[in-house]
Design a binder for this molecule. Structure first.
Ligand code: AMP
Ligand code: TRP
Length: 340
């Protein structure tokens, strides 16, 4: 089974990313041949700082290893190191329709927040489809917010196969049974996010223990006093889901355990569980992040493997689409950097 997922090197990573992303990556690498991509080319579609992007890319690499990816089992690499990604995205841009891209809710949400809406932001899901389809991935571990993008990738693959002959595998989304959509602790009607959430309601993976404890202590709770999931208790329901994702205990078992208890102790214990989870991750992260050259080395090795695996798909796509392959070969040598 081939696994592929991508994650953006922007915004501080938070507990939602851990639950829908990192946690699943570490688990799925056990199930097969796994590729995890730091999607820097996706991050340039909205306003960003160039120096910060460079730092964040290595930060994210360290976090991927700190949360359990193992280079013996997984291929971890940077998207821009593998030119087949943007190349395949251009090919697939003619297989995706304007209408289906216009319907993407993530595009609509992000476009509403930008003064300058780039063409890249609009075609973002096509690049994501290219990421996945180049590797012939069977499974894509992501959080619930990515469902529409994975469905689009499937539709694009189906359309490509119908037009040009069977070439691309149809990917399936892998979502966790609980914790696929973690909500903001202060505003539990919106998803946890460093770009769209509240600062106090967003649990950052690098928050120190006292900050973590305080965020859980001050998490909004609902009327009533029972620790129980209910549509009119979004705050408590979210905390139950978080505790379940962190400890692996079922949500029913958690409700039974806190039967008759008030919110206070429950919130405190969810906070402690998160502190216990993140402590070791933070220590590993600091250690890995202090050696950027080693990170670069691991990422270069990942890129090499990713190039080898994606290139045959790209070549088949080009061929089936009727493009004449160059006799000159693909390697023209590196261009000389422009003198500034
Ligand atoms: P991003 O940081 O946007 O690249 O997202 C990385 C991964 O985290 C993706 O698989 C998302 O689906 C997942 N994710 C982001 N926010 C949440 C959330 N609030 N709850 C669960 N998963 C999330
Ligand atoms: N769009 C995804 C997100 O915001 C990131 C992503 C890019 C991705 N390419 C991917 C996820 C390929 C899975 C597979 O989270």
């Amino acid at each position: 089974m081939r696994i592929f997922s991508g994650i953006q090197p922007t915004g501080d990573k938070h507990l939602g990313n851990w639950s829908g992303g990192f946690r699943q990556y570490a688990a799925t690498q056990e199930q097969g041949d796994a590729f995890f991509c730091i999607v820097d080319l996706h991050s340039i579609t909205v306003e960003y700082d160039t120096e910060e992007l460079r730092e964040r890319t290595l930060d994210l690499a360290a976090m991927l290893f700190a949360t359990g990816l193992d280079t013996e089992r997984s291929t971890v690499f940077i998207q821009s190191h593998v030119p087949a990604h943007p190349e395949a995205a251009w090919l697939l841009a003619s297989v995706a329709s304007f209408g289906e891209l216009r319907r993407m809710t993530q595009f609509k949400d992000k476009a509403d927040r930008q003064e300058f809406v780039s063409a890249g932001l609009f075609s973002y899901p096509v690049l994501q489809a290219a990421d996945i389809l180049l590797y012939q991935a069977d499974g894509v571990p992501v959080g619930e917010d990515q469902r529409q993008h994975i469905e689009l990738a499937r539709n694009i693959a189906e359309r490509f196969n119908a037009r040009y002959g069977d070439t691309l595998a149809l990917p399936e989304m892998i979502a966790p049974s609980e914790g696929g959509r973690i909500m903001d602790l202060q505003e539990p009607e919106r998803k946890m996010s460093t770009t769209g959430g509240s600062p106090q309601g967003t649990v950052r993976l690098l928050d120190p223990p006292d900050v973590l404890r305080k965020k859980f202590k001050t998490a909004v709770t609902d009327s009533g006093s029972e620790v129980r999931r209910a549509p009119d208790k979004p705050g408590i329901s979210n905390l139950i889901e978080i505790l379940s994702a962190v400890t692996g205990d079922g949500m029913d078992a958690i409700e039974t355990r806190y039967d008759g208890e008030g919110y206070g102790r429950f919130k405190e214990e969810v906070g402690e569980a998160v502190v216990g989870l993140l402590g070791p991750i933070q220590r590993r992260y600091e250690e890995l992040r202090s050696d950027p050259r080693e990170l670069q080395r691991l990422l270069a090795r990942g890129a090499e493997k990713a190039r080898e695996v994606s290139e045959p798909t790209l070549q088949t796509m080009l061929d089936r689409m009727g493009l004449v392959r160059s006799e000159v070969g693909r390697n023209f040598g590196a261009a000389r950097p422009r003198e500034l």
